[in-house]
Design a protein around this ligand. Sequence first.
Ligand code: SF4
Ligand code: SF4
Ligand code: FES
Length: 263
Amino acid sequence: MGLAINAVFDELKIGPHNEDLHMTSPNVLEVDIWRGAEDGRFQRFRVPHRDSQTVLDVVTWVQRNLEPALAYRFACRVGMCGSCAMTVNGRPRWTCRTHVSKVSRDGALTIAPLRNLPKIKDLVADMTGFFEKWQSAGGRFRGTAGRRDPLARVPPDSAPRRAADAGIECINCAVCYAACDVVSWMPEYLGPAALNRAWTLVNDERYGERRELLAAVSAAGGCHTCHTHGSCAEHCPVEINPTLAIAGLKRASLAGFLRGSEP
Ligand code: SF4
Ligand code: SF4
Ligand code: FES
């Protein structure tokens, strides 16, 4: 592997240990990567710039060629698993589908773990609280039918089905959660992803605990905490709009109160 690395740097006319390049070059990226946990700091690396290179490619290159101890997460590399999200030049992004050419500033990249989550090590954030909020929002399917019941027929063009479809492709990446200022100010806020999931269940005709779910999401730290400023929808990589979902939850829970029943 050492020979291969030296060949890359020979080609770029820089030294093998990343210290010999003091001038910027169109072929070299200056990459600052967060190292350590909460009390960490940024460390600079110089990385060959390639066509069609993604931010995840850059992180992987650093880990394979310069810093084997660098910690980060990924699995699918094709935008399906949601595990590769990081903060890139100040914005939360899925790094396997983010091209360097679109986000670098004069050949510079700053890469950090996602905001609003505790840092574990380097680029790895602790997702425990994020997924616990899915549970708090009732985000687990509990159906009404038993195993002997016929399969439910849900018309594909019904309004509830379309509302559920709009949010169902969430990949749990936490990009929206990192983009939400209300989560920063109020850590107990359930956040856009958990509430979006709850809205898909409210609209699922097969779901059996709608009333309990609406009670959970309309309690303190729930849907009524949202300020509707839309940062979650602006950043979601798969174009889900949690702001709309949360507005739906607000309407549904208020309708319950107006009817004089539980939400
Ligand atoms: S619209 Fe609501 S959930 Fe989305 S970023 Fe704003 S406050 Fe957070
Ligand atoms: S709603 Fe979008 S940004 Fe939020 S977790 Fe799901 S896929 Fe990621
Ligand atoms: S690695 Fe799976 S979404 Fe990026």
